[in-house]
Design a protein around this ligand. Structure first.
Ligand SMILES: Cc1cc2nc3c(=O)[nH]c(=O)nc-3n(C[C@H](O)[C@H](O)[C@H](O)COP(=O)(O)OP(=O)(O)OC[C@H]3O[C@@H](n4cnc5c(N)ncnc54)[C@H](O)[C@@H]3O)c2cc1C
Length: 465
């Protein structure tokens, strides 16, 4: 597989990871034909917001998406931890100008709408209503895969960006199923004017603790008028249908939240009194167990985003890490034609991404512990709990230097002896395999053929034909 030209990439799943990957590939490796397959229709209604921090906002900015979503979301810097007496116990930085951007909380439907719009502007093919079912064959020529309706497609590489219950992952790890953490988040929203905010000032977003755990209040529209209300509860695992029943039983969820209401500080009580019952929902926390690899043995099938490493929400890094995967992977792909061993490069990339996810998971674990009820919290060691955001420092998280990291890890790999020849051979192979090369590729090809002929005429052994 290593020596074959990489001419096409198929992506399963048009969530944040899949769409960002298609856009990043268009930016880093425009000569590669990219096709995106998504089971849902683009009109599927999605409620809820997602937080992006500087590490992923810089990616959205490079992809031309950030400016389109910025004014639709709420910008902020910190989440403030409050105890039940309104004392600030810690501050967790989610973004700051010093990292290039503040954090942005914005509705998921807006993010996906704008990612799709930019993809359409760039002529990227997204096929909706296509449910991937299995890999049929992975060989020298690439990967052939099948959809639920029995139709088949092929590509040089197949990327599973198909979320936590990823069917693509089953090809690489048939026995790895997501693990339920035992906890679910209950979410809803309230209007800011309905909150009895302590005077003279109460910071939002805030994470407010009591003996029952933590309630997060976080603005999620540009004016900061709509406030997310989120809390975590233990709940037995359900199958998919039963989770839908739990999710849709708004009155039951409402009554769960009202239990022990009097133990919360007044600002939380006001949120619980006024929360929008129709917007009540649940988010069961599943985790993808630590996988030994994110790629198939032959290197033709890869998983990214939640498919590879779904994590619980406390660090707000699920979507951000999915975007880092997409951007770093596409940058790596743009360099593959210059390397002897594609599989080795993929292994290096995977190692780098896994090490980073390990650190994010550890941060998530400590922040999760910070949300435990007081009696559980006191039983933990200090090193198991997130304390003092200022001291922890977050430049490792928010300034990922993706291109430099990938360049550094590739610099240690064997390079093809004459990159000029190889890149021209790649262009030639593209011409013979792609029916409709993009105009930019065609002109690059025309400009480089003369150079290729010249180089080849004086080099030994390699022939174009
Ligand atoms: C309620 C909620 C709130 C969250 N809040 C935050 C937050 O504040 N900050 C944060 O960083 N993260 C948050 N997350 C996590 C974040 O949403 C995920 O980490 C992120 O969406 C992962 O992106 P992804 O593209 O990898 O997967 P997904 O978003 O799950 O996208 C996968 C896509 O693949 C498609 N698909 C699945 N199976 C198939 C198939 N067989 N064939 C074709 N297509 C398929 C799906 O329809 C979907 O569109 C939240 C998640 C939830 C559920």
């Amino acid at each position: 597989m290593e020596t074959k030209a990489l001419t096409s990439i198929a992506i399963i799943g048009a969530g944040p990871a899949g769409l960002a990957l298609a856009l990043s590939l268009h930016m880093h490796a425009p000569h590669i034909r990219t096709s995106l397959y998504e089971l849902r229709s683009p009109t599927t209604s999605l409620y809820g917001a997602v937080t992006f921090s500087p590490n992923s906002i810089q990616i959205l900015d490079k992809l031309g998406v950030y400016q389109r979503i910025k004014d639709h979301g709420f910008e902020f810097e910190d989440i403030v931890f409050k105890d039940s007496s309104n004392v600030t116990t810690d501050v967790y930085c989610m973004g700051k100008e010093q990292f290039g951007y503040k954090a942005l909380r914005v509705y998921r439907r807006i993010v996906l709408r704008e990612l799709r719009a930019v993809a359409a502007d760039r002529g990227i093919s997204v096929f909706y209503g296509r449910k991937f079912s299995k890999v049929v064959d992975e060989g020298e020529e690439g990967v052939t895969f099948e959809f639920e309706d029995g139709t088949r497609e092929s590509a040089s590489l197949l990327v599973g960006a198909d979320g936590i219950h990823s069917p693509v992952r089953q090809y690489i790890h048939p026995d790895a199923s997501p693990i339920y953490s035992g906890n679910m988040c209950i979410t809803s929203a309230v209007k800011r004017s309905q909150l009895r905010l302590p005077t003279p000032y109460f910071p939002l977003p805030s994470s407010i603790s009591s003996t029952l755990g933590v309630v997060v209040l976080a603005p999620q529209d540009p004016a900061g008028e709509e406030i997310l209300v989120l809390t975590q509860r233990q709940h037995p695992e359900q199958d998919k249908e039963k989770w839908d029943i739990v999710r849709n039983n708004k009155h039951k969820l409402h009554s769960i939240l009202q239990t022990g209401k009097e133990t919360w500080p007044d600002v939380v009580q006001s949120a619980l009194e006024h929360l929008d019952i129709q917007k009540l929902s649940v988010w069961p926390f599943y985790l993808v167990p630590g996988l030994t690899t994110w790629k198939s043995e032959k290197g033709g099938v890869i998983i990214i985003g939640d498919a590879a490493h779904a994590i619980p929400p406390p660090a707000g890094q699920g979507a951000s890490q999915a975007l880092e995967d997409a951007f770093s992977f596409s940058y790596l792909v743009s360099k593959l034609s210059k390397l002897d061993d594609r599989n080795e490069a993929l292994m290096k990339w995977e190692k780098y991404r896994m090490a980073r996810m390990e650190r994010v998971t550890e941060l998530t674990r400590k922040l999760s512990n910070r949300r435990l009820p007081a009696e559980a919290l006191v039983k933990l060691l200090l090193e198991d709990v997130f304390v003092d955001g200022a001291k922890e420092g977050q430049s490792w998280l928010y300034e990922p230097r993706i291109e430099k990291t990938v360049d550094d890890l590739l610099s240690k790999l064997t390079k093809i002896s004459d990159p000029a020849i190889e890149s021209n051979l790649d262009l030639l192979s593209m011409l013979t395999t792609s029916k409709t090369p993009e105009p930019a590729v065609e002109s690059k090809l025309a400009a480089s053929l003369t150079a290729a002929a010249l180089i080849l005429s004086v080099s030994s052994g390699k022939a174009i034909a």
